[in-house]
Design a protein. Structure first.
Length: 70
């Protein structure tokens, strides 16, 4: 990923995701995060970053394509 995508994730996407209420998923998220060893937590964070950035980019491309279809 480019430096811009790393910056975008850290400064825009992740703060937005952290602000979303997770009531019905809090138990499973806490259970997973509390059971992981620190090294695995770092790996999980990188995988989540990769998937989140690419989902964001997919949304941008899809939205652009839908706008052209009007």
């Amino acid at each position: 990923m480019s430096d811009f995508l790393h910056w975008l994730y850290g400064h825009y996407i992740k703060p937005e995701l952290d602000g979303i209420p997770k009531e019905e998923y809090a138990f499973w998220q806490d259970s997973l995060l509390n059971s992981l060893q620190p090294a695995y937590r770092e790996e999980l964070d990188k995988v989540l970053e990769f998937n989140t950035v690419h989902a964001f980019l997919l949304g941008m491309r899809t939205g652009e394509g839908l706008a052209k279809a009007r």
